[in-house]
Design a protein around this ligand. Structure first.
Ligand code: ADP
Length: 484
């Protein structure tokens, strides 16, 4: 028996409603595959609209009590969940590698990162502040308090199956909201295991539900149409984000949207090139490139472009591609065949438009959804790869001459999530960081996500922030009480 078969025998695969596993009313299941082999790893309960209503019934029934639960008690439950997630690192990491494909050390990293949101928001739960002041006229007193928004729907993606959930569940629970999670269909098992861990940590039934579904809209549409739901929080594509924003207009819901990105990674002529290559490896290859913060466009000063490209190509060509569960793997498979086809078509389109392949460029033959780590240089501005999210291990390099050209190229996108700059000139760093139209800027670093920092985008990359002291505000309403 393999480690995974042993784990598999204990995993929840039902819906998680009202504090326990349960079968869908219609009794259906859907398959979850290992992207490294294409083989089935589990059949998971398939929620429909009636199940969504069961989950909302139970969330609405306990909303008031959960909101009235002492912040210290909510904090203790979150803290306990953090401890239990860390204790289960091996299981959660292996599970994410099996359902999503990333290399095991990266999955372990995600367990740690994902768990941090539970610890951080356990600390924030007891620090929700209001204010008290008097009217300028002296005739009235003003009390401002924060109250939980109420029952929340979270729709999460497959690329970080744990962390994209905890980044929403942590602040929602800390604020006193109940939450229903619809995990991505490729990776529902991680979220189900997290629900079980929360129950062990003492979370009351009904506060958290998890509804895996093969048809996302069958679950989300009836929830969004129900006046008891008060918020939707989403991480995923801009396309689906727009659908959810539109649908959330029916009940005028609060929305938090972490949508697509097209991150520029700008290397100026005064950069430490070795550091820039190191940063690019992280910004591009972390999670196999399947991150909305991944460097999508490497925009490199022409005077240092060949040196940077040669060094980066050497590093990327040396990466080991293989099943995420094998020792020594750096880059696992893409999550599914659809994703791999998209990466291949972006590369083919760029090459047809004139890009040069420095390494890689093709899908890997055989089972699983592997794609060669790839470097493309001289990518023309009209190639789709500089407009669309790649979500794969492909570095696309373009050049520029002046600082103004570099900044203009970086901002030439409807997205605005993350941006990275490399320069040793501190004046330039401040100047350029100010000019970049993005919610997050990394200066001389290739990874910027941090539990203590607000994660979020501008333009079509989204609305609102997750993490930091800002993250909990997304789950709180401001209420004013006026006294004579
Ligand atoms: P990706 O392109 O990265 O797969 P998606 O935006 O398609 O991202 O998916 C992110 C999440 O949104 C998943 O949980 C998916 O099931 C869900 N989703 C997809 N389509 C819809 C829809 N029409 N309504 C609600 N949720 C959806």
């Amino acid at each position: 028996m393999t480690d995974f078969e042993r784990l598999r025998a204990t995993l929840p695969t039902g819906l998680w409603i009202d504090g326990a596993q349960t079968d869908p009313i219609d009794g259906g299941t859907f398959p979850v595959y290992d992207p490294a082999t294409g083989t089935l790893i589990a059949d998971v309960a398939d929620a429909g609209g009636k199940d969504a209503m069961r989950a909302l019934d139970s969330a609405a029934a306990v909303q008031e009590e959960w909101a009235a639960t002492a912040p210290r008690q909510r904090s203790i439950i979150l803290r306990s969940a953090w401890e239990k997630v860390i204790e289960r690192t091996d299981d959660l990491a292996l599970l994410m590698t099996m359902e999503m494909g990333k290399a095991l050390p990266e999955s372990r990293g995600e367990v740690n990162y994902g768990a941090e949101f539970l610890r951080w928001f356990s600390e924030e739960a007891v620090r929700i502040q209001g204010r008290y002041t008097t009217s300028p006229s002296g005739s009235g007193r003003i009390m401002v308090t924060k109250v939980p928004v109420g029952p929340t729907l979270a729709v999460t993606p497959w690329n970080f199956p744990l962390a994209m959930g905890t980044r929403k569940i942590g602040p929602a629970l800390a604020a006193g909201c109940t939450i229903i999670v619809k995990p991505a269909e490729d990776t529902p098992l991680t979220m189900l295991l997290l629900a079980e861990i929360f129950a062990e940590a003492g979370l009351p039934a009904g506060v958290l539900s998890v509804l895996p579904a093969s048809n996302a809209a069958a679950v989300t549409e009836p929830l969004l149409a129900d006046p008891r739901l008060r918020k939707v929080t989403f991480t995923g594509s801009t396309r689906v984000g727009k659908i959810l924003i539109e649908q959330s207009a029916q009940q005028v819901l609060r929305t938090s949207m972490e949508l697509g990105g097209n991150a520029p990674f700008v290397v100026f002529d005064d950069a430490d090139i070795d550091a820039a290559v190191e940063g690019a490896m992280a910004a591009k290859m972390r999670n196999g490139g399947e991150a909305c913060t991944a460097a999508n466009r490497l925009i490199v000063a022409n005077s240092v472009r060949e040196e940077f490209t040669t060094k980066l190509t050497g590093r990327i060509a040396a990466l080991t591609v293989g099943p995420g569960s094998e020792d020594g793997t750096n880059v696992g498979p893409l999550v599914n065949e659809k994703q791999r086809r998209n990466v291949a078509s972006l590369v083919d389109d760029a090459v047809a438009a004139g890009a040069r392949v420095r390494t890689g460029g093709k899908s890997v033959d055989g089972p699983g959804y592997f794609f060669q780590p790839t470097v493309l240089d001289e990518v023309p501005a009209n190639a789709r790869i500089v407009r669309e999210e790649i979500f794969g291990p492909v570095a696309a390099i373009t050049g520029f001459d002046t600082e103004a050209e570099g900044v203009a190229a970086a901002n030439d996108t409807e997205y605005g999530l993350a941006a990275y700059i490399y320069t040793q000139n501190v004046d330039r760093a401040f100047r350029v960081a100010d000019k970049l139209e993005s919610g997050m800027v990394g200066v001389n670093r290739g990874v910027i996500s941090d539990v203590a920092a607000p994660f979020g985008g501008v333009k079509q990359s989204g609305l609102g922030s997750e993490g930091g002291t800002e993250g909990i505000e997304e789950y709180l309403e401001t209420k004013y009480v006026g006294f004579a």
